[in-house]
Design a protein around this ligand. Sequence first.
Ligand SMILES: [Mg+2]
Length: 310
Amino acid sequence: VTAETQLGPGAEFDAIRALLERWGPLAVGIGDDAATLAVPRGEQLVASVDAAVEGRHFRRGWLSPREIGYRATAAALSDLAAMAASPVGILVSLVVPDSWRGELLEIADGIGEAARISSVPIRGGNMAGGEALSLTTSVFGSVFTPLLRSGAKPGDRVYVTGSVGGSIHALRAMEQGEAASRWRERFAHPIPRLREARWLAEQGATAAIDVSDGLIGDARHLAAASGACITLDAANIPCVDGVEVTDALASGEEYELLVTSASPIDADAFASRFALPLTEIGRVERGTSGDVRVIGARVANVAGHDHFSR
Ligand SMILES: [Mg+2]
């Protein structure tokens, strides 16, 4: 987008002006053809992009327009958390069908909320018409030493932040037409664990991934990248109230962090700092690369979420 003073007449520019007005100080440095992002000397730029598409990732009626904007942005920021990066900016690309035009400012409010709680400015974007509502969010962060999926070693402990399983139940309820389930908030309002990730990296975490495909699916990704296998203990999985462990292991789009560490991490210190549990749930072991075993639960049919498998 171009500067307010340079925005020409027309519906598209009116809509962009309205968005910028809505975001106020959350939108920073908008007014050139591209955004400039400053990264502290010696740190690396970390970038990720994520799409949320109506009919694919959410349905109208499941979420309010504000929640749609919030969730798309929070999910994108969660990938920066997985790298233990500090966010420096986001770019928002919206495809807005005519039937959604009336909800645009509420969507913007949700995007703004996610940006605000993550202390990251909106640095630019794009808007176009189209058939389905879609929000493509590019996120940029900086980090001195990124946490990678590939850093886990046999013997490392495996931890997860928060509790898991709410998202799969919320999704099931929504698919059955029950929008207001007790787990709804877990699906509609995930919190990117940005500060938590940086703290965990400082404590010596060796690898991390955010839980988007399910605990088992993401443990497989991490194990494969690290050339190791992972054993999880079902009895230790922190399940959301009312959720079976098999569901908690399979539940995607949780946006909690799965991290490994060679030395024990002080879970009490984590809990008092972030008001969130940190739970040791397993070990990295020598074995077939990418294997995940679960002790104490029948998970033969548990598969991680795969965007192309259904
Ligand atoms: Mg991820």
